[in-house]
Structure formats: C-alpha cells, structure tokens
Design a protein around this ligand. Structure first.
Ligand code: ADP
Ligand code: MG
Length: 492
C-alpha cells in the first residue's frame, strides 16, 4: 500500500522528529505527487506543441525537443536537459519566455512554472526525493511578518460605485469598519478586472489608517500555496512549518485573493481549512475573492466550500454604461487629462467588458493625444486610431456621435448647430431626428442624451423623441428621411 511505502521511504530523509500533523501534510503531498505522476508527460507534450508554434524549428529541435519531464512538483514541471550549456541557455530570459508563454496558453492550473535541471541534478533529485533547492523557492520562504504595503491608489474613495458593485463595496466597507463583526467570511466573486483586488486593498488601507497595529494579511492564493509548499518541503527542525502557522494564524484580518487557484492544490486546501477555522473561532475577519460563486468551486473539498459560503457572498458584475462613464471621467481627472463628453461616451460605449480594459484604453488615448501635442481628447479620429486594436472599428459601431454625424451630413448642418440653441426649423428638426434615433438605436439613459445635446432639459429630450415618433405615423416625407438616415448609419 502506498501509504506504508511513503512512510518508510520518504520520512527518514526529512525528519529527526515528526509530528502527526507533519505526517498528514506529507501524506497529502505524496498523494498529490502520486496523482500527478503521469500528468507531467501529458502536460509537457502540450507545452511542447505550444512552444513549437513560437520558436524556429532549428531552436525547437536543438533546445526543447529533447527535454525530459520527470516530475510535476506543485506546479513546477521539472525538465532534465543534457548539458550545462543547454541549461544556461534555457534559463536566460530570451528562452524562458517560451516556457512562460506556453504555460499561459495552456492554462492548466496544474502547471505554473518549468524548472530545467541538468543530468547530474536529475540523479540527486530522484535520490533525495526532490530535496534539491528549486530555484524560485527562496521567494516563497516565510519571512518575519512585515506590514503588507497596500496599493495606495486602491482606496474606497477611488472606487467608483454603480449598480454592478455597490453591494460588494458596502459589504467591504462594513467589514473594514468592524472587522470580524459584520460579515464573516466575506466572499466577493466576479470576472477579471472588475475590482475585487481593489476592494481588498481598500479594506487594507482603511483598517491600517484607522488601526495601525492591526495585523492584516493580504495574499494571493498562489503566494499562499507557494508559502505552504515551501513550509513543508524545507521544514528543517519544524521551523518553516511553525513560521507558516504563526504568519497566517496570527492575522486579525486574512484576505485571500483568487481562491479559484486552489484547484488541484489539495494539501493547501487542507492548510486553508485549518487556518480558516482558527481565525474564525477567534472572531478574526476573513475575506476571500474568486472568479465564481463558492458553490461553483467544484474542485474544493465540500467542508471548505461550505465554510466559504457560510458568511456573506456578494458579486461584482460588469459595469453598466453610466458607471463606465463615471470611471472614465474619474480616471482621466486623476491623470489631469480632459476628455470631451463625446469621447467619454465613445470609449464607454465600446469598451464594455471590464475596468482593467477601460484603464488600458485610457492610457492609449492619452498617449496618442500627447503624441499629437494635445492635453484634451476631443478628436474622435485620434481616439479611433488609438483604440483600433481594442475595438472592431471596421465593424459597425453605433454611438451618439456616429448617429449625429449621419444626421448632420444628411441635413447639411454642423455638429455645433445641432447641439446648439437655435430653434429654427432647419436645425430643430434634425436635432429631434437625431435624438429620436439615438434613443431608438442605443439603450442610453435620457440623462446621457440630454448631456450630449448641450445639457438640454430632460423634458426637451422626451418631447423631441415623442414628436418624431408621432409625426412618423402620418408624415411620409419625414418617414423617407429617417429611413435614408438609417441606411446611411448602417452602411458606415
Ligand atoms: P480584479 O481583481 O477583479 O481582477 P482589479 O481589482 O485588479 O480587478 O481591478 C482592475 C483595475 O480596475 C484596477 O486598476 C482597479 O483600480 C480598477 N477598478 C476596478 N473597479 C473599479 C471601480 N469601481 N472604480 C475605479 N477603479 C476600479
Ligand atoms: Mg484580482
């Protein structure tokens, strides 16, 4: 039976004295490794496929093809090469990037890094049962707890609130004001780039400023797992294991970011379970984030999943248009940069998926404007150019601007006129048509449209839309004009 085999073969290499807890840890590590025994070959085959797409066939044959996968050690795929020269080369950043890229593309949670060792090391690796120092593991050692430096921009004040995130923000704020007392654990879930990490840092910043002596631990799940693995694989005299427990179980607030990365990390789940229980029983606050609701974390042990669900679960979803507009305005303002309203709308209408992408789009637009010596983005063509890779400009993009442009050119008037105050029929009718089409074709709040048309009264917008809608029932000329304009819009 493998458990007996494990106890007789592995433990003597590691311990002078051994506790029951360590036995359990080792059992899990061994079990995990056992499960992964054949996985390394499969994973390496898939990685090789990806690498072959990126490197020349000569490099591929010379440097990658002959690597031998010997083990998958907590995310580290150990590859054996045939010479020191090959090892040196594969460690250089020029070549290392091929491993990193292929891992990213493969997106298999079981592998996070490739570690190349040479033939001599292979022998000692196998003999000592993985006791060689893996190169990146130093960073994962558990050092004396130093206060975590939260990102000072990630505060509650800088967090723009809308329908998509107001509950998460309110819950997080309540936790920051009263750690351990209001919602415990607080579990925040939602897609990438929607502000989960921002909220955790906001809690950290808030608590630090109100209670500087609080012991707040923020950690990514990946870092937690690495710390844990280090603590059990470098556990001379029980020191690392002790440090690990001390670090995490002395927290007043423990924030664990992206727990979906616990997938396949069975023994770390065990460590989290015990940490969770200790903290929870001591009324310490726990905050977790994930890309999905805890009930959908199928790979978690049931007892851990039910712990995660036992407090308050709140979601953050994609921001609606108004929130996107507010975020763009706030971020531009923070960078002392101005966007005209129509540019703000253009970006908000076209970059819809998440806030990280909105930030990326803003950076590009600002950069392009600076290239053109402008400190204000008011030229749609520059913005289109800046964002040509982010939005499908060639496809049909309907915006308030594109509709207004079509109406202006059809009636041969300027944008200033259509947005201005003139009430003469040759301007008022196109204005009403533009308002009608915008409300009909874009699902925008009326406030946004009244802003766009020079802060017109809200009722003026409703009046314009209703007037055209009613006239269309009887006025054939207007019917033809609106139809023509729709055709122009659709062809653009
Ligand atoms: P997640 O952790 O959900 O992937 P992040 O917290 O890293 O997302 O957010 C991505 C970026 O978007 C960060 O720079 C963050 O400051 C910003 N961000 C997210 N939500 C908001 C918001 N509501 N207001 C302002 N900035 C936000
Ligand atoms: Mg995050």
């Amino acid at each position: 039976m493998w458990i007996n085999y494990k106890f007789s073969t592995i433990i003597p290499h590691y311990f002078h004295t051994i506790s029951t807890r360590q036995i359990i840890d080792y059992e899990l590590v061994f079990y995990y490794n056992n499960l992964c025994m054949k996985e390394e070959v499969k994973i390496w085959d898939n990685l090789l496929d990806e690498i072959s797409k990126d490197v020349s066939s000569v490099s591929f044959d010379l440097w990658f093809k002959n690597l031998e996968p010997i083990s998958l050690d907590f995310g580290k795929l150990i590859l054996v090469c045939s010479s020191d020269k090959q090892k040196e080369l594969l460690k250089s950043s020029d070549y290392k990037k091929y491993f990193t890229n292929s891992i990213k593309k493969l997106n298999n949670p079981l592998v996070t890094e490739c570690v190349v060792i040479n033939k001599n090391e292979k022998e000692s690796y196998i003999k000592d049962n993985k006791s060689i120092e893996l190169e990146s593991s130093k960073e994962d050692s558990i050092e004396e707890t130093v206060p975590y430096k939260f990102n000072e921009n990630y505060t509650f004040d800088n967090f723009v609130v809308g329908n998509s995130n107001n509950i998460a923000k309110a819950a997080a704020f309540a936790v920051a004001q009263n750690p351990g007392k209001s919602h415990n654990p607080l579990f925040i879930y939602g897609g990438v780039g929607l502000g989960k990490t921002h909220i955790l840092h906001a809690i950290g910043n808030y608590v630090t400023s109100h209670n500087p002596s609080a012991n707040i631990i923020y950690t990514t799940t990946e870092q937690f797992v690495n710390n844990y693995v280090y603590s059990i694989t470098h556990n001379k005299n029980n020191e690392q294991n002790f440090k690990f427990r001390e670090k995490y179980r002395k927290a007043d607030i423990l924030m664990l970011d992206d727990v979906q990365f616990l997938s396949g990390k069975d023994s770390s789940q065990e460590a989290i379970f015990h940490t969770f229980n200790d903290l929870y029983q001591a009324n310490k606050q726990i905050v977790l984030t994930s890309d999905r609701h805890p009930r959908e974390l199928n790979f978690l042990e049931e007892r851990l999943r039910s712990r995660f669900q036992s407090g308050l679960n709140v979601d953050i979803s994609s921001p609606d248009l108004e929130t996107r507009i507010a975020i763009i305005q706030k971020k531009a303002f923070q960078q002392n940069f101005n966007f005209s309203k129509s540019i703000v709308y253009f970006i908000a209408e076209n970059i819809t998926s998440n806030i990280r992408e909105i930030e990326g789009a803003l950076k590009k637009v600002i950069f392009y404007c600076q290239l053109n010596n402008k400190d204000c983005a008011d030229d749609l063509s520059i913005v289109r150019e800046a964002l040509k890779d982010d939005i499908d400009i060639s496809s049909h993009i309907l915006t308030m601007d594109s509709i207004t442009d079509a109406v202006c050119s059809y009636y041969n008037i300027t944008k200033e006129e259509i947005k201005g105050g003139k009430k003469s029929k040759n301007i008022a009718l196109p204005r009403q048509v533009a308002i009608y089409l915008i409300l009909e074709l874009l699902s925008l709040p009326q406030m946004t449209v009244s802003d766009y048309f020079g802060d017109r009264d809200h009722s003026a917008i409703i009046y314009a839309r209703d007037k055209i809608a009613t006239s269309l029932e009887t006025d054939n000329l207007l019917k033809k004009q609106v139809k023509d304009i729709r055709n122009i819009i659709q062809k653009n």
